[in-house]
Design a protein around this ligand. Structure first.
Ligand code: B16
Ligand code: MG
Length: 217
């Protein structure tokens, strides 16, 4: 078997959750309510408009569609200003080594992210050249837990779902990978990521041989 790997971006390859948190908090505060880190956890893997809906709901605030578009644009402008200053130092432990090892063995690599800002993040962190295919929030119509993002990634890599391994840090993303009938490595704990096939704290403990064995099973 030849395996193919599909990586989530935020929380797996880079740590952008802190920037999402700061930008959403600023927006919530401007609307007169607070936003906690626990709430931010629930937004992982969830797309921008759906995240805004959840936040407005927590704050007990109702907005029109046009107002929501404006609020999402405002939050994104703050977020983009922060990720614009990102550097290679913000690549999470083990990411670079695993990507290099996969490349060295000729294993195909795709991105499967909900973010519409993946291009800028990959550029600032200098990870873009590793990917044979990029599927992000600009390329899909349905959000995780829908499997669309991973199914598109596999198609672009010319890989069968059964040969694909997804790396995910969000419950919605693990569910999406399961729905796509792929093997999924949870970056986090079994408690937070029910249904994943294996769990790792970060990519530093993942080996290519382990991935090949997982798919052969
Ligand atoms: P943007 P991932 C997701 O990225 C984040 O986990 C989630 O918190 C964020 O709301 C979403 O991207 C959309 O991001 O506003 O930049 O389009 O984890 O799927 O790589
Ligand atoms: Mg993620």
């Amino acid at each position: 078997t030849t395996i193919a790997c599909i990586f989530d971006l935020d929380g797996v390859l880079v740590d952008t959750a802190v920037y999402h948190y700061q930008a959403w908090k600023k927006l919530a505060n401007s609307l007169g309510f607070d936003f906690t880190e626990a709430q931010n956890e629930q937004l992982k893997g969830v797309n921008r408009m759906r995240s805004l809906d959840m936040i407005l709901n927590w704050g007990g605030v109702t907005k029109t569609t046009a107002e929501k578009e404006e609020l999402a644009t405002l939050k994104n402008s703050w977020y983009v200003a922060m990720i614009n200053k990102m550097s290679v130092s913000e690549v999470l432990p083990g990411s670079l080594d695993l990507l290099k090892a996969l490349k060295a063995q000729g294993i195909k690599i795709a991105l499967g992210s909900a973010s519409k800002n993946s291009g800028l993040i990959l550029e600032r962190t200098e990870l873009g050249h590793f990917f044979d295919a990029i599927v992000d929030g600009n390329a899909v119509t349905t959000s995780k837990p829908d499997p669309e993002v991973f199914i598109k990634g596999a198609e672009l890599l010319n890989a069968a779902a059964a040969d694909c391994i997804v790396f995910e840090d969000a419950a919605a993303g693990v569910q999406a990978a399961i729905a796509a009938k792929m093997t999924v490595i949870g970056i986090g704990t079994e408690e937070n990521l029910p249904g994943a096939d294996e769990f790792h704290k970060d990519l530093s403990t993942v080996t290519v041989q382990e991935l090949i064995n997982l798919v052969k099973e």
